[in-house]
Design a protein around this ligand. Structure first.
Ligand SMILES: C[S@@+](CC[C@H](N)C(=O)[O-])C[C@H]1O[C@@H](n2cnc3c(N)ncnc32)[C@H](O)[C@@H]1O
Length: 238
């Protein structure tokens, strides 16, 4: 992680050259609730969709202490950056899944390649903190569901976020937002749309942290009432 403003400015400059379709000057802090929930869960395989500068990833790696697996999904330049950050902190238990900066590309492509290789469980905890856009993250949820172990978690950041209020993507700060999205989509809370329409309505997911973290209790096709009983029983005996 760059220590000085000047090295951070160099990172921003490199990102601006690599990708004109996404703001380069994006700094994000670690997500404390995600780190706490992951630590309590005992999960070992963490996938993060949108790693930015690795603030949350590094804390997860410190918690895992070299054990388990960390899957990094973001634009290639960001997964490379976070890979170096993890390496320089002594961690090597990670896999990089970088996407190109093409306008319609995203982590859904490497996810499809993972599915091609293996449709069974690969992740225990998925942190969706990437595009925050329906046309990307609605599909991400379905793909992640195929790769998430029963008992695992899907965690959404920024339930109330919208493009209109984003400190980097609001149209007056990043004019391409008005080119890419309608006014309705700019005002809409698109993470909320994914969570409310796809996750909350799915009987195979149970809410653990309101509007944020959901536990998968059954695979597609498995009886969710049986799975619900099993999940209640597990909680009672643990
Ligand atoms: C909010 S930041 C992630 C913050 C990070 N999880 C943390 O805790 O510090 C969103 C990230 O999603 C990535 N992202 C947005 N759209 C993307 C896309 N279409 N494909 C790949 N990554 C994308 C951005 O590059 C950015 O790094």
């Amino acid at each position: 992680m760059p220590q000085s403003t000047s090295s951070l400015n160099e990172v921003f400059a490199r990102r601006a050259i690599a990708n004109s379709n996404y703001p380069s000057e994006l700094v994000t802090g670690l997500n404390q609730k995600t780190i706490e929930t992951f630590a309590r869960s005992g999960c070992k395989r963490f996938a993060e969709f949108g790693v930015n500068l690795g603030a949350t990833t590094l804390e997860i790696a410190k918690h895992l202490k070299g054990d388990g697996e960390i899957y990094l999904f973001d634009y290639q330049y960001n997964v490379d950056y976070v890979g170096e950050l993890l390496q320089s902190n002594g961690f090597s238990n990670f896999y990089r899944f970088g996407s190109s900066s093409k306008l319609l590309d995203s982590y859904n492509w490497p996810l499809s390649q993972l599915l091609e290789k293996q449709s069974g469980p690969r992740f225990d905890y998925c942190f969706l903190d990437g595009a925050h856009i329906w046309n990307i993250d609605a599909l991400t949820f379905f793909l992640v569901d195929r790769l998430l172990a029963v008992g695992g978690y899907v965690d959404f950041d920024d339930y109330n976020w919208s493009l209109a209020i984003s400190p980097t993507l609001a149209p007056h700060l990043f004019p391409k937002t008005s080119e890419f999205y309608t006014d309705e989509q700019i005002k809409d809370r698109q993470v909320k749309r994914v969570v409310d329409l796809l996750v909350k309505t799915c009987p195979r997911y149970v809410e653990i942290v309101e509007n944020k973290i959901y536990q998968k209790i059954a695979n597609e096709g498995e009886s969710s009432s049986f799975a619900k009983l099993r999940s209640i029983w597990r909680r009672l005996v643990s």
